[in-house]
Ligand binder design. Structure first.
Ligand SMILES: Cc1cc2nc3c(=O)[nH]c(=O)nc-3n(C[C@H](O)[C@H](O)[C@H](O)COP(=O)(O)OP(=O)(O)OC[C@H]3O[C@@H](n4cnc5c(N)ncnc54)[C@H](O)[C@@H]3O)c2cc1C
Length: 433
């Protein structure tokens, strides 16, 4: 089987690179083993929340320049602040054209979203139906609403209204709590392990359950400026919260729940849909089990480079997959793009060179759980064209993108989705050039 490009990994980075390449007319196959970290994320996309000196970022352009000085090994710094900005703006346009209805922009700076525990967190892009709070230049919230009704599904364990209400009250919001259910939810609830956000959304998205939902929303909205609900509706109907807003004549907005994340899973589905719509070939539940490399001369640096000649995968057995170029977007430890065992840490597919891995295993983690964990920065080393290295030799027809890369801490720096989107578009550009 021959393709222009084979992408390994079906998360934000893999799909972003693949769709960008398909749009330019390249044939593209995407292999993915399982769910991506989007399924467990807030669904909001972080670009840059904090610098290594712990200062918070709200002006994203300035933040990138500060980052380049403080953290030259960060993927944004390797690409350069100007290039990163250009690619991030392209990502905003691309997401909108792919049907991801997101609010926020680089030029506006970070806005604030609510965590599942009601904490305000700065972020770059949030789905249109989620709680979006503008921030001033110092990051202070500019709340559009004073009186908030929290409307939850009865006995839904992945969202605690009391904790969220306490946080909202601490923010000076007058908050009331409400609950509702309907006969179909009561049936679903009989199996507690199934009573999760995406399954609840599949019930609430049904037209037959709309009267229960509308009635509950209207009731909660009576004495409120806005109604916040856990994100367990709108999975197959992304406009549902907006439709309810019209019916209740008040904004109805969603708050991410504990994982699994309906908003994140919906984003992943939308990306997959775009990929297939553009003619991509999806090889799901498949992985590379063998590959063949040949030596070559790298044109740009004159150094000795390697080229991937063919791949073999679990499901395709002895049928080789041959591509001119490849993108590695297999994620970090969470998605098993990186593996660790008693012998050390390794990139799972090709055994690529890694950065930031200390010699001594005792330096991999800090005792302080919430500290800036060294292992968060482990990952693949790349050059400015997103090409990785194997034993010091560049892999000329492989680009790496997203969380598999090293040199950044997506949690402490709040930059996971931004790095995924920007490096994916950088990889696509490098392939196209
Ligand atoms: C639990 C969690 C929550 C997060 N929450 C947020 C958030 O709220 N906001 C934010 O901005 N960032 C968040 N992040 C960071 C997030 O990882 C990035 O935002 C981004 O989604 C990463 O995308 P990715 O495509 O690089 O990797 P992933 O999303 O990890 O996707 C990698 C994909 O590759 C597949 N794969 C792995 N190995 C192979 C293989 N050998 N062959 C084929 N496929 C393979 C995996 O199954 C997976 O589908 C979170 C991360 C985690 C782990």
């Amino acid at each position: 089987m021959r393709f222009d490009v084979v992408v390994l990994g079906g998360g934000l980075a893999g799909y972003t690179a693949a769709i960008a390449l398909l749009e330019k007319g390249l044939s593209c196959a995407l292999l993915s083993v399982g769910q991506s970290s989007l399924h467990f994320s807030s669904g909001s996309m972080d670009f840059l929340r904090a610098l290594p000196d712990e200062s918070q970022v709200f002006d994203l352009e300035k933040g990138l320049h500060d980052l380049a000085r403080q953290d030259p090994g960060h993927p944004y710094s390797i690409l350069g602040p100007e290039k990163t900005l250009e690619l991030a703006k392209k990502a905003e346009t691309a997401f909108a054209s792919w049907g991801l209805e997101m609010l926020g922009s680089l030029s506006a700076g970070n806005h604030l979203r609510l965590s599942p525990f009601g904490k305000l967190l700065p972020t770059w892009l949030s789905s249109k139906d989620t709680v979006f709070i503008p921030a001033d230049a110092e990051g202070r919230p500019e709340w559009p609403w004073l009186k908030i009704a929290l409307l939850t599904v009865k006995d839904f364990l992945d969202f605690n209204p009391e904790i969220v209400a306490a946080q909202l009250k601490a923010q000076g919001r007058a908050t009331s709590c409400h609950m509702f259910t309907c006969p179909d939810l009561e049936i679903l609830r009989q199996n507690p392990s199934e009573f999760r956000s995406v399954n609840i959304a599949r019930v609430l998205d049904q037209e037959s359950n709309r009267p229960f939902l509308t009635e509950a929303v209207k009731k909660a909205a009576q004495n409120a400026d806005a109604v916040f609900m856990p994100a367990c509706l709108g999975f197959n109907r992304p406009q549902l919260a907006m439709e309810l807003s019209k019916e209740a004549a008040k904004p109805i907005r969603l708050i991410p729940t504990l994982a699994p994340s309906m908003i994140g899973a919906r984003l992943n589905n939308q990306l997959q849909y775009q990929f297939l719509k553009n003619g991509g070939v999806l090889m799901s539940k498949d992985r590379v089990v063998d590959f063949n490399l040949v030596g070559d001369q790298d044109d740009s640096s004159g150094s000795s480079a390697l080229t991937i000649e063919r791949l073999h995968t679990e499901n395709h057995g002895d049928i080789p997959i041959i591509a001119k170029d490849h993108v590695l977007a297999t994620g970090s430890f969470f998605s098993q793009g990186l593996l660790s065992d008693i012998d050390g840490v390794r990139e799972a597919v090709f055994g690529l060179d890694l950065v930031n891995v200390p010699e001594s295993r005792s330096d991999w983690a800090l005792g302080e759980f919430f500290g800036s964990q060294p292992f968060a920065r482990f990952g693949v080393k790349i050059d400015a064209q997103t090409r990785p290295f194997l034993k010091g030799r560049v892999l000329a027809n492989l680009k790496a993108a997203g969380l598999v890369l090293g040199g950044f801490d997506p949690i402490r720096q709040g930059c996971g989705a931004g790095v995924a989107a920007v490096t994916a578009l950088a990889a696509a550009e490098a392939i196209l050039s």
